[in-house]
Design a protein around this ligand. Structure first.
Ligand SMILES: Nc1ncnc2c1ncn2[C@@H]1O[C@H](COP(=O)(O)OP(=O)(O)OP(=O)(O)O)[C@@H](O)[C@H]1O
Length: 276
């Protein structure tokens, strides 16, 4: 794969094993600056492992990860390097309950991140930045004093998005970020994410098993099956005209507004007896 500077994120030949399990097997994809790519696949296909390697939470056995043209495959050696990498890629997890510190108010959490990444700002400017971040995600000044448990699930996820934005990252990894929310709240947060992408030109890597979410938020998609990338293309191509049998089964197994039942209930869409 050609590595170029107008790409926000590039993953090439990535491999990760856990003992005898090959979690990620020679996976390559790229996202242009401001683009949004959906990483699709059923549970255990290797999606979160890829996210962890991109974030530096796991090391790869082979392959390369680059963000904004800079290699980040090897562990960061200095604090400055870790901070710079954090400004390149941030993550929003599925469950803000466990990803937010339960003892820290939303305001102090955001101010700490602003302070870490914008050391030149004075106190008043930092406070203003926190207000701006809250406003960007549809929260209010009163939420600065709130603890995570005093907020609704949707508000907590908005706070987690604000925390990611506080670093002004080039790329945000959204790892099942709306999966735990009620459907109506999920729609609001999806709209917020779409608006933010448009306003900030931020790049998304969206990890989801929910094809409707992938359709709404991404313009390209890759499909993972048992650690391998089996299909890639524009989101419309992949979802409307899937070429690989796995993607076809994945699509057929997802109930949606226009869902037609084509497969019987099965623990895995890979079970031969499961699809009919
Ligand atoms: N820390 C670990 N130790 C051992 N095996 C692991 C570890 N993390 C992941 N795996 C294995 O690697 C494979 C890929 O897991 P991964 O969590 O990346 O999949 P996923 O597609 O993100 O699934 P899910 O949507 O359920 O999170 C699975 O077989 C999983 O059991």
């Amino acid at each position: 794969m050609k590595l170029t500077d107008d790409l926000a994120l590039e993953v090439s030949g990535l491999r990760k094993t856990y003992g005898s399990v090959v979690a990620v097997d020679d996976v390559s994809f790229a996202i242009r600056r401001g683009g949004s790519l959906g990483l699709v696949g059923e549970s255990g296909s290797g999606k979160t492992t890829i996210a962890k390697i991109i974030l530096g939470l796991e090391s790869a056995a082979a392959g390369q990860v680059r963000a904004c043209g800079r290699d980040r495959t090897a562990a960061a050696r200095t604090l400055g390097e870790r901070r710079r990498r954090a400004r390149e890629v941030q993550i929003v997890f599925q469950d803000p309950h466990s990803s937010l510190d339960p003892r820290q108010t939303i305001g102090s959490m955001l101010e700490a991140v602003v302070r870490l990444h914008h050391r030149d700002l004075i106190a008043g400017e930092r406070r203003q930045r926190v207000m701006d971040l809250l406003d960007m995600v549809g929260l209010h000044e009163r939420h600065t004093a709130a603890l995570p448990r005093e907020m609704s699930g949707g508000q907590r996820q908005r706070a987690a998005i604000a925390r990611a934005l506080a670093a002004e990252p080039e790329v945000i990894v959204l790892d099942e970020s709306v999966a735990a929310l009620d459907v109506s709240i999920q729609a609001q947060v999806l709209n917020l994410l779409a608006d933010l992408r448009e306003r900030l030109s931020v790049t998304y890597l969206l990890i989801s098993h929910d094809l409707a979410v992938v359709r709404q938020l991404t313009d390209t998609a890759v499909v993972m099956c048992q650690g391998q990338l089996v299909e890639s293309g524009t989101t419309a191509q992949v979802l409307d005209d899937p070429q690989h049998i796995y993607t076809q089964r994945l699509r057929a197994s997802v109930p949606g507004p226009t869902w037609v039942r084509r497969v019987s209930a099965t623990p895995s869409i890979l079970d031969e007896g499961g699809a009919s």
